[in-house]
Write a protein that binds this ligand. Sequence first.
Ligand SMILES: C[S@@+](CC[C@H](N)C(=O)[O-])C[C@H]1O[C@@H](n2cnc3c(N)ncnc32)[C@H](O)[C@@H]1O
Length: 209
Amino acid sequence: MDDENDLVKQALSLGGEPDAIRKFYKNWSETYEADLDRDLGYVGPQVAAEALIERIADDAMILDAGCGTGLVGVELHKLRPDLIIDGIDLTPAMLAQSRQKGVYRKLSEADLMGPLHDIAHDFYDGVVSAGVFTHGHVGPEGIDELVRVAKSGAPIVLTVRDTAWEHEGFRVKIEQLEKDGTTRIREILPSPYHTKDEVFCQLVVMEAV
Ligand SMILES: C[S@@+](CC[C@H](N)C(=O)[O-])C[C@H]1O[C@@H](n2cnc3c(N)ncnc32)[C@H](O)[C@@H]1O
């Protein structure tokens, strides 16, 4: 694989185009975790999992949206082995990596930019997503479906890359959801994301109404 920073630059330039995203992550799927850990000190999954875990019951049913290779599932399982965790992602090759972790109940292909047809309203006790709400991936409109599938009172925890927060309209979207009475914002905290190159994220904790 290329130099890691080039890979991140390429990832951020995918333009939200599903075929480009699938192709890019297919090529990266096998070395993704080692590359991110070694070169970036990527902690999005830990930060998101820890924020979620404080707010859910031991046997809660959780959706990991954009689960990738399963880093969030692994963190959640370490902290609470009895959780029931489902994962969805656009890229089959990333889902295949998640499957090997053995911590997900169900893993399915889904596009977070559209309706999640296979998931009922008010279904999950908690929703988490790390590394997905960023440039070139899933835009603010993808949050609507995560809110729809969360039960009333369920926490929804998202990382949003700091450079995308204002620029891509995430702050405005999250404030609008609260104004509309769809969610309550519990916390928005600047948090570590890539610890080796000082990239931060906004850690968003909301509750579905
Ligand atoms: C940077 S990875 C993050 C994966 C994992 N959550 C983590 O923190 O390591 C981004 C993931 O988002 C997925 N993705 C990008 N666009 C998507 C979309 N529209 N719907 C579902 N998944 C998407 C990619 O396939 C990839 O697995």
